[in-house]
Write a protein that binds this ligand. Structure first.
Ligand SMILES: [Fe+2]
Ligand SMILES: [Fe+2]
Length: 193
């Protein structure tokens, strides 16, 4: 059954509110690809945090990594509700992220370089979710609610890596368990924490 001509009222009202729905779908899909790809790269980076010093860093990267998975999951339903879709091919999806900078450094266990990469990823994610907040504020309360919760979690992640790199206190307590996702868990119920 073709769904091409089906226009949900839930999308028509957004256009009436002045939202560029196609631009929002494009941005949300790109953000989803960044979260998915960062989850992969953080998995590899975390593995290379070795030694006594690396052990503590590993835990923080693990918290951020599992929450990136929550962020990817959080995007999916809204993309489809708006009429978008994920690319058929995984490499196409990963390529749109622009996350190549997250490859493990040389040497691979350079903790300072690993932390700098993590910080850069979090700062990019903040810009991405802030962009969705700006696009949807006052026009699309559902996507705005999602974007502002993702933004809140990314701001926490940035603070963790700023603390580790520059000694700037983040005010954070460790998560009770990796993937707790205090701000986004309601958007990623498939993970069933
Ligand atoms: Fe994220
Ligand atoms: Fe993050």
């Amino acid at each position: 059954m073709s769904t091409t001509n089906v226009k949900p009222v839930g999308v028509a009202i957004l256009e009436k509110n002045g939202l560029d729905v196609d631009a929002l779908i494009a941005q949300l899909t790109k953000n989803a690809s960044v979260e998915f790809t960062a989850y992969y790269y953080f998995t590899n980076l975390r593995m290379h945090c070795v030694g006594v010093e690396g052990e503590g860093i590993k835990g923080v990267i693990e918290d951020a990594r599992m929450e990136d998975l929550s962020h990817f999951e959080s995007c999916i339903e809204r993309i489809y509700q708006l009429g978008g879709k994920l690319p058929n091919h995984a490499h196409e999806f990963v390529n749109m992220s622009g996350c190549e900078f997250l490859e493990i450094p040389e040497p691979a266990t350079d903790l300072q370089a690993i932390l700098e990469k993590c910080l850069k990823a979090e700062q990019g994610a903040i810009a991405n979710w802030n962009q969705v907040c700006n696009m949807t504020f006052g026009k699309d309360p559902v996507t705005y609610d999602l974007a502002k919760d993702l933004l809140a979690e990314e701001i926490e992640h940035e603070a963790w890596f700023l603390e580790l790199l520059h000694g700037r206190p983040s005010g954070h307590m460790r998560r009770r368990y990796p993937g707790e996702s205090p701000h986004t868990r309601k958007h990623s119920r498939a993970l069933d924490r």
